[in-house]
Write a protein that binds this ligand. Structure first.
Ligand code: MLT
Length: 319
């Protein structure tokens, strides 16, 4: 088998497409990053390789991640995933895969802020009114997310815990935040915390109400979101959540194939079109050493360790 894969390394990727498995429904922020990155990597590999995006949603991204963990290690099945790589180990007692052992790390892609948003009819006009409104309607409101292990779930968990509203709001899971956003815009759910990749357009179009950003610093460089308070400014001490995306292959993928994919990723991250698309959605393309596999893996390891106590405390940041 080793010789077979070694041969592949010379001819990789050949005519077989490279599949980006996206562990959430089409149209959401993870899907968006994957499709834009696939286009940039197709170009950075000289246009010879063709990429397909396969949405495998469910269980907060763990079903899609597991599919790649168990896929043939030939470089043709890759996982584009986010902070869920680091939160799932603390949320699932029986996770089907080990994030640090079952994958080859191919590099980080971007960092993305999150926004706290509401349905258009929500009566609270700004963040200050929002907490009061939630307390006045305890038990009657709900918040959407993309399943245990999703970024929207993690943000909701932390936010509800920070305002002591864990009991006050019902959480509603979806296969991704694209379907969740449709429900929110349609007024079927009341709130959601989602990445700017998915919310910028809806906020700009006035289809949802924006209350705050989850990053420690305000998004001063973003003309649409610069006046939104951070949750720290809104009084939630230490609240600081930024989502990130990385690229992964199954453990055992030949090093020469990994090196080719990592080289193509690094070139794609310097592609002005890709950078412009990401910036337009409030995301920041990674330019530091986390584009290298070792630093990518070290970062995810640190995030697993950082999120573990927060999740075990029910979403509470340590004081
Ligand atoms: C998440 O909440 O994890 C993602 O936004 C889900 C998605 O990309 O659809």
């Amino acid at each position: 088998a080793a010789t077979l894969f070694a041969a592949n390394a010379q001819t990789f990727p050949g005519s077989k497409p490279i599949t980006f498995v996206v562990p959430f429904a089409a149209g959401g922020p993870t899907d968006r990053v994957a499709r834009d990155l696939a286009e940039a990597m197709r170009k950075s590999m000289g246009g010879g390789a063709n990429f397909v995006v396969e949405n495998v949603n469910g269980a907060g991204g763990t079903i899609g991640a597991n599919k790649v963990a168990k896929a043939a290690p030939d470089g043709h099945t890759l996982l584009l995933h986010h902070i869920g790589m680091a939160s799932a180990p603390s949320l699932y007692r029986k996770l089907q895969y080990k994030p640090l052992e079952d994958f080859e790390y191919l590099g980080m892609v971007n960092e993305v802020p999150m926004t706290l948003i509401g349905k258009p009819q929500l009566e609270a006009k700004n963040y200050r009114e929002l907490e009061t409104y939630i307390r006045a309607n305890a038990g009657k409101l709900n918040i959407a997310h993309a399943g245990l292990g999703s970024a929207s779930h993690l943000c909701g968990l932390m936010w509800q815990s920070a305002i002591n509203a864990t009991e006050a709001m019902t959480t509603i899971p979806f296969g991704g935040t694209a379907p969740a956003m449709n429900a929110l815009v349609g007024g079927q759910v009341d709130m959601m915390c989602d990445q700017t990749t998915n919310t910028t357009g809806q906020i700009e179009a006035g289809r949802v109400k924006a209350y705050a950003v989850t990053t420690a610093k305000p998004l001063t460089g973003n003309k649409l979101l610069k006046d939104l308070p951070t949750l720290q400014q809104a009084g939630l001490k230490g609240f600081d959540l930024t989502i990130w995306h990385g690229l992964y292959a199954p453990k055992g993928t030949p090093p020469a194939v990994l090196a080719q994919i990592n080289a193509a990723l690094k070139k794609a991250l310097k592609d002005p079109d890709f950078i412009k698309k990401q910036e337009g959605l409030g995301a920041v393309v990674v330019t530091d050493n986390r584009v290298e596999p070792a630093a990518h893996k070290a970062f995810v390891t640190a995030e697993i360790n950082k999120l573990k106590p927060v999740i075990e405390a029910g979403g509470k940041f340590a004081d």
